[in-house]
Design a protein around this ligand. Sequence first.
Ligand SMILES: NC(=O)c1ccc[n+]([C@@H]2O[C@H](COP(=O)([O-])OP(=O)(O)OC[C@H]3O[C@@H](n4cnc5c(N)ncnc54)[C@H](OP(=O)(O)O)[C@@H]3O)[C@@H](O)[C@H]2O)c1
Length: 327
Amino acid sequence: MRILVLGATGHGSGWIAAEGAVRGHEVICAARGRSGTVPPGARLVKVDRSRPGALAPLAGQRFDAVVDVAYGALGWVREALATLDAGHWTFVSSINTYADTATQHQTADAPQVPPVYEEERVDLADTTPEHYGGIEVASEHAVRDTMGARSLIVRPGPISGPGDKTDRFAYWAGRCHRGGPVVVPDDPAQPIQHLDARDLARWVITAAEQRLTGAFDAVGPVRDFLGTLTEIAAVVGRADTELVPIAPADLLAAGVHHWQGPASLPMWLPEPFYGLVSHDWRATRDAGLTIRPFADTVHAALEEDLRRGNRPRAAGLTDEEHAALLS
Ligand SMILES: NC(=O)c1ccc[n+]([C@@H]2O[C@H](COP(=O)([O-])OP(=O)(O)OC[C@H]3O[C@@H](n4cnc5c(N)ncnc54)[C@H](OP(=O)(O)O)[C@@H]3O)[C@@H](O)[C@H]2O)c1
């Protein structure tokens, strides 16, 4: 097959391009080349989608499948749809498109946030999840309106695996690996869910090969968060690694943030957001998604963390912040 990946120099899209190339497909990638290089066997066409007409070098070519990972960029999605000739179109959207962030075990037909018809790409750092989600919903509509029964909408939750720059898993793998006490939120009720980018890629390429259509949540099974941290400690921890649960109220009082970014306990969420990390994965599993052993993802996360060396992490507590909490 001739596959065009709009992206492919970053994390999720890079693994999609890599999977296509490994299977012997002709993989063409369109990106600026700023986030990294394209995987071996794939070819980069340099484009900057913030410039109107950026995809003109690809117009007039026929692609068996297009995979677009544009986010918060309705104008880019519309331009790609108007320019490219494709037999099958995968749009990688987001779990942030759902209106209800609290209810667990929702399926892909759950209500979405209202569409936001804003053409210019938004800076995710300057927007709310609802606004970003609304642009993704509008982008999904554009894909469906243009590609109809040839479209596949993929809505990932948190993506893990090698190359994950968010450091959400890397933080926990690194801290457990260094040994000693590890502060964790004392909330046995919190669920968590993730999908390794390599599993996402395998499924997206298989879906393109089989011309799968419809909308699916790209998530793995629901796990419990504390149990997941215990498992990470078991896989990469030392003999003296010990999880130390601290009450959520005390963490908040000490200035610890949820989910990601500096001074956070990554992937920790307040109850109104449990629904975001506990979608029902069975429809996607039945449509071919397979999940690697969790230990694979944990080892990849540890490698990410070790690669960072002394450089600041994108998420988590610094050693000083961690020690201050313990004391
Ligand atoms: N990461 C998560 O946990 C998560 C969660 C939910 C949904 N998703 C979705 O999953 C997909 C993959 O996410 P990801 O974070 O791993 O993204 P990614 O694969 O790193 O993709 C970003 C790509 O966009 C390209 N790009 C950025 N600006 C561009 C421009 N002006 N012109 C052309 N290309 C441009 C980047 O290439 P250059 O910089 O080289 O141009 C890069 O290849 C996205 O659709 C995202 O919305 C991710």
